[in-house]
Write a protein that binds this ligand. Structure first.
Ligand code: GTP
Ligand code: SPV
Ligand code: MN
Length: 602
């Protein structure tokens, strides 16, 4: 079981073969392994990680086929400062991206990658983002010397021979290069449990559809199908080809009459996508099912509507805070076949993290591999600890989740963590106004990326770290798509689960209770007369939000649903400042919306 399956190359595509051969020559791995996507191969990867000291088995009776991995303490999140868009023209990147000259960056990367895989196995991973054969899906080939990245790709994407077969002789695939950047000069040298390099580069070459990632083994830095391909490269392809690649969950909501709507929602990293995607409505008769929890690709169908697919096959979810109370469906998804990264490990070989809804055990081993007790005064899990879980194991996965034609989107939600000003929910007055709401949304920074937590930053469409081209052009693309779709476009809403009282407590219970807001949105989509027009958009009319059985004080509800005119006026200068950073690339439509908002606020 532990031996590497024999190398078999299931393609004669010369573009694929020469890409892999070029990588082999430069990176100088000790061996090359073409991933077939088989279960035996996945088992081999897990055993390999355990043998290297990267992973530990969880109790096979309680958590079959699951491991815990602890990363290097300095490699725990995406590194936005070291993430580059290397477009030919500088004006195709920025101001939200780090740009680097592609020619110069290639020189830097080729030096770093030269011999970088010495003594390691280079895994060749053909993967499909989206159901194989879907008109919305795309193929990539990734090479990596990380068994952890390869095992995660197995869960997160469709991997292996069937992908090569679907690709055939086509040369249109994204080329991904990944190394942890720690060559083993002699094969006998002891390896580290989590090799990584203090030098890190996450580079994207949009024109040639290439990704080069050096030095990190973690999540969005290393699972190249995810943020690097499915958002940064795909957003450029989407601009070129007239579709949308977005940082959104997708859910299916069904009312008591059995009618369904599909909702996509963009919240910044660690702001509630996985939770909303698996929400269990508290309102009798309503049902929610999951399509995806992080990424959404939308293309126009023959009927002129936007159809969405989840390009992934797994969830790379935030562990801390996930509990049977907050997200029962996620907890049930974690019963088997999962990878847990940077969580605590109990003495009986199970996982533990903060706010898991159980009392912590008296003793465990924390994510830093140290002895831990509740009196230690530090968290057992890193705040950005993650689980990697197969989507098919989610008890409420919708039957449409892997439908190649996708699902028609009825509503798009934007939202972030805002302690003040932004109400619980509002509806945009038009597609252009909705684009304005997305373009100006802001959120408190979380642990999902390196840097200071809690600072409020503008995070347009939750794409700040993920847009692969100039954000001003991206806004224009949103407006163009809206123009093209006309009246068939989804309605846009702005939500905020994170309003706080003066003493810092959440005013809204959130989680399952967010279904009440979803119900109002559902009814808006059906044209119900349940809203009032205000200067900032349409808000629930008196009594329109179903609050039956909800225990929230009246004054808190009033605060959650009020239009804070002074607060919004106070936002205007910072919106103007934000817009100024886009120079002449700021679409006229957004300038109009700002002026109109100013006027409506009086
Ligand atoms: P990424 O995977 O980084 O893209 O994050 P995500 O958007 O999927 O966020 P996720 O659902 O994992 O939630 C992140 C954190 O927000 C967790 O600690 C949750 O417990 C918390 N959270 C989610 N929904 C709510 C909510 O409605 N209210 C409050 N107060 N917290 C929430
Ligand atoms: C996020 O940060 O938005 C994530 C985790 O979903 S990562 O894969 O690291 O990007
Ligand atoms: Mn995300």
């Amino acid at each position: 079981m532990n031996a590497a399956p024999p190398v078999k190359i299931a393609t004669t595509n010369s573009a694929v073969l020469s890409f892999v051969e070029d990588c082999r020559k430069l990176f100088a791995p000790g061996a090359v392994h073409w991933c077939s996507g088989s279960q035996a191969e996945y088992q081999h990867l897990l055993h390999r990680m355990v043998q290297m000291g990267t992973a530990l088995w969880l109790d096979p009776d309680k958590r079959p086929n699951s491991v815990i991995v602890r990363s290097d303490p300095a490699d725990v999140a995406r590194v936005e400062d070291q993430t580059f868009i290397c477009s030919v023209s500088e004006s195709d990147a920025g101001p939200t991206n780090n740009w680097a000259n592609p020619g110069k960056m290639k020189v830097t990367l080729e030096r770093l990658f030269d011999g970088a895989m010495m003594g390691r196995t280079m895994y060749v991973i053909p993967y499909s983002m989206g159901p194989i054969g879907s008109p919305i899906a795309r193929i990539g080939i990734m090479v990596t010397d990380s068994a952890y990245a390869a095992a995660n790709m197995h869960i997160m994407t469709r991997v292996g021979d069937e992908v090569l077969k679907a690709l055939g002789d086509n040369t249109d695939f994204v080329r991904g290069h990944h190394t942890v950047g720690v060559p083993l000069k002699r094969q006998t040298w002891a390896d580290e449990p989590w090799p990584c390099n203090t030098t890190k580069y996450i580079c994207h070459f949009p024109e040639t559809r290439e990704i080069w990632s050096f030095g990190s083994g973690y999540g969005g830095n290393a699972l190249l199908g995810k943020k690097c391909h499915a958002l940064r490269i795909a957003s450029v392809q989407a601009r070129d080809e007239g579709w949308l690649a977005e940082h959104m969950l997708i859910l299916k909501l069904t009312n008591p009459e059995g009618q369904s709507k599909f909702i996509a929602a963009a919240f910044p990293s660690a702001c509630g996508k996985t939770n909303l995607a698996m929400v269990i409505p508290t309102i009798p008769g309503w049902k929610a099912e999951t399509i995806g929890d992080d990424i959404c690709w939308m293309k126009f169908g023959a009927d002129g509507r936007l159809y969405a697919i989840n390009p992934e096959t797994g969830f790379f979810g935030v562990a801390p805070g996930t509990s049977r109370e907050t997200n029962l469906n996620a907890m049930k998804t974690l019963d088997a076949n999962c990878i847990f990264t940077n969580v605590g490990m109990t003495d009986d070989d199970d996982f533990y993290w903060e706010n898991m809804g159980e009392d912590p055990p008296p003793h465990l081993t924390d994510w830093l591999r140290r002895s831990w007790s509740p009196a230690s005064g530090r968290p057992a899990a890193h705040p950005n600890a993650r689980f990697t879980a197969p989507a098919a194991q989610c008890p409420v996965i919708a039957k449409e989740w892997d439908d190649p034609k996708g699902v028609p989107i009825d509503a798009i939600l934007f939202g972030g963590r805002r302690a003040s000003v932004v109400p619980l929910v509002s509806e945009a007055l038009s597609w252009q106004h909705g684009t304005f709401l997305g373009a100006t949304m802001a959120s408190e920074k979380t642990a999902a990326a390196a840097g200071k937590i809690g600072d409020v930053r503008r995070d347009p469409m939750a794409m700040l770290p993920f847009c692969g081209y100039h954000m001003g052009d991206y806004f224009q693309h949103w407006l163009d798509i809206g123009e093209k779709g006309g009246s068939a476009m989804p309605k846009i809403f702005y939500v905020n689960w994170f309003r706080k009282s003066a003493d810092g407590k959440f005013l809204w219970p959130g989680y399952a209770e967010n279904s009440r807001v979803l119900k109002w949105i559902f009814e808006r989509c059906d044209g119900a007369d349940n809203a009032v027009e205000t200067p900032i958009g349409r808000l629930p009319a008196d009594g329109a939000l179903d609050l039956d059985g909800l225990d929230v004080p009246g004054e808190d509800l009033a605060e959650l649903l009020k239009v804070d005119v002074e607060g919004w006026k106070g936002e205007l200068p910072s919106i103007r400042e934000h817009f100024a950073t886009f120079g002449d690339k700021l679409p006229a439509g957004l300038r109009e919306e700002l002026a109109a908002l100013e006027q409506r606020l009086g």
